[in-house]
Design a protein around this ligand. Structure first.
Ligand code: GDP
Ligand code: IMO
Ligand code: MG
Length: 427
């Protein structure tokens, strides 16, 4: 059985797109199990950069099939334009991409409500969402009034469901000063999108299980990150879905007995987009330098990402809640040129010093740092640990020891080949 989960161990944007695209060379199937177009996964191939928001990062590998599973929320307009952009570059979609009949649809009132709420929220209440309608869509799912991808097969049923949802949301929209969208218009805009998506709709759980039974290699691609998870993240400053390894099984429609390995991604430092606690944040020139060198601007919203030192208690926490077997360490090259590099190793809290992440009291916890000598050598050509300068090697080994999970991959650039592959994902 060769079924590997790849997920973010921080606040997202760890480089999941790059690592999934890399591993997808050997994969038969890549499955996105959660989130929606709040994600932005960057794939760099040669001199081309492609950002996928909904479609799994395996799509550039011609022999790899891709599944958007039932844990996802799908904006049909975004999906159809993403498909068109990939087709324009020569990638085949039909017969390779399958969308779960039970994934929920993001409809125009969802981003509308998301945006209105963010605009109306006072200081401290704003989440800093991507305004893509993620929260309201998952709310409809939990309230059992959602519209699912499979409903597109029967537009009369979609009409009934949209009417029901609009009845529930209209007072909220009006209260926020918005204009309630018309169901007729929603349905008219949806019809051509539905026509494009119909051939892709499937019971994807059957596809995933079939692939596993046939002994194929399956990658489950996470979106967002552990600290944005609805249950395990820095609530309420989180997304609305399950981003952890347990969520991968529910979201993909397979049992936990099918998972062979869980790989967590972390940058060699840390970033966060949106509001919420970030104890190791750097608001000085070093933070700015990391943002500039690491190109830390949101791939969906272009917002500047907040930057800071790596948080080892948070990574030990991610190792625990996901049962991590391996770490993919990305963007080590971004730290090149700093005179020193720091890592948060513990927290001081009113109850004393702890190596654990004080997840419910992060806003008041004070990070305790250990500092390391920096390095100035360019890392882009490194392909083995021995190729790294001694200071970078010492930093990587320290991270591995502290997280207590072996490092499978070190990434030293955005391109596929700028990678130290220390362990075969499917071995
Ligand atoms: P994701 O959401 O986890 O897929 O990550 P994003 O694509 O949003 O952000 C990661 C960014 O870092 C992208 O622009 C990648 O091309 C880039 N990237 C990934 N790995 C590396 C690396 O090792 N070094 C550098 N410099 N950039 C990287
Ligand atoms: P990928 O998959 C980084 C953040 C938003 C906000 C919070 C809630 O590219 O790593 P939402 O729109 O989901 O309701 O916003 O979650 N967020 C992300 N941050 N990377 C992502 O995805 C994110 N998806 C959501 O910035 O703080
Ligand atoms: Mg991203």
């Amino acid at each position: 059985m060769s079924n590997v989960i790849i997920l973010g161990a921080q606040w997202g944007d760890e480089g999941k797109g790059k690592v999934v695209d890399l591993y997808a060379e050997a994969a038969d199937l890549v499955v996105r199990f959660a989130g929606g177009p709040n994600a932005g996964h960057t794939l760099v191939v040669g001199d081309q950069t492609i950002i996928v928001r909904l479609i799994p990062s395996g799509i550039l590998r011609a022999r790899t099939r891709c599944v958007m599973a039932q844990g996802m929320v799908v904006d049909p307009g975004v999906l159809v334009s993403e498909i068109a952009a990939l087709e324009a570059r020569g990638h085949t979609i039909d017969g390779r991409l399958f969308v779960s009949d039970r994934a929920h649809l993001i409809l125009p009132y969802h981003p509308l409500i998301d945006g209105l709420r963010e605009g109306a929220a006072g200081e401290g209440a704003k989440i800093g969402t991507t305004k893509r309608g993620i929260g309201p869509c998952y709310e409809d799912k939990a309230a059992r009034r959602g519209v699912r991808v499979g409903d597109l097969r029967d537009m009369a049923r979609v009409r009934t469901l949209v009417d029901r949802a609009l009845a529930a949301w209209s007072p909220v929209i009006r209260d926020l000063g918005g204009e309630v969208p018309e169901a007729d218009r929603i349905l008219a805009d949806l019809a051509p999108l539905a026509a494009r998506l119909l051939p892709l709709i499937a019971d994807t759980s059957v596809i995933v299980e079939g692939s596993l039974k046939a002994g194929q290699k399956v990658l489950l691609e996470g979106a967002q990150g552990t600290l944005l998870d609805i249950d395990h993240g820095t609530y309420p400053f989180v997304t609305s879905s399950s981003a952890v390894a347990g969520g991968a099984c529910a979201g993909a429609g397979i049992g936990p007995t099918r998972i062979r390995r869980v790989v967590g991604l972390t940058k060699a430092y840390c970033t966060r987009v949106g509001e919420g606690p970030f104890p190791t944040e750097l608001t000085d020139a070093v933070g700015e330098r990391i943002r500039a060198v690491g190109q830390e601007f949101g791939s969906v919203t272009r917002r500047p990402r907040r930057t800071g030192w790596i948080d080892l208690p948070a990574l030990r926490y991610a190792a625990r809640v996901n049962g991590l077997d391996g770490i993919a360490l990305t963007k080590l090259d971004v730290l090149t040129g700093l005179d020193h590099v720091s890592a948060c190793v513990a927290y001081d809290t009113p109850a004393g010093r702890t190596r654990d992440l004080p997840i419910v009291a992060l806003a008041t916890a004070r990070p305790v740092y250990q500092s390391f000598a920096g390095w100035s050598e360019d890392l882009a050509a490194a392909r083995a640990i021995a190729d790294l300068p001694a200071a970078a090697r010492a930093y990587v080994r320290f991270l591995e020891e502290q997280i207590e999970v072996p490092i499978d991959i070190v990434s030293v650039g955005a391109r596929r080949d700028e990678t130290l592959l220390l362990r075969d994902a499917f071995a």
